[in-house]
Design a protein around this ligand. Structure first.
Ligand SMILES: [Zn+2]
Ligand SMILES: [Zn+2]
Length: 102
């Protein structure tokens, strides 16, 4: 069994585990029952707040360096938070969402 197989299996089992928790209405991180308003989410309010704070922190760091907050690799456009490519992707996703495709 190669390392790749092992890795893939580990990922698949982690996914199944998360799906199982989600199906039971539990947070995939802390495994506490999800609030009624959050049953469609994977994480409870507390875990999501931690995540949000972490990603805001990351965005701030990237923005300070003038990097795209989405990919974190390319330079952000002047006066924008995203690079050209990520901005185009976001606009595309937004368009599809609004027009009920994809
Ligand atoms: Zn949680
Ligand atoms: Zn980008």
């Amino acid at each position: 069994m190669s390392i790749d197989d092992y890795d893939e299996r580990k990922r698949a089992s982690a996914r199944r585990y998360q799906e199982n928790l989600h199906a039971r209405g539990l947070c995939i991180r802390c495994r506490k029952p999800l609030e009624a308003s959050r049953v469609h989410y994977l994480e409870c309010e507390a875990c999501s707040a931690v995540n949000r704070a972490r990603s805001l922190e990351r965005q701030k760091r990237l923005a300070e360096r003038g990097l795209c907050v989405q990919c974190g690799v390319r330079q952000a456009m002047t006066g924008r938070k995203r690079c050209l490519i990520c901005a185009a992707q976001a606009a595309d996703a937004d368009y599809k969402r609004r027009h009920g495709q994809g």
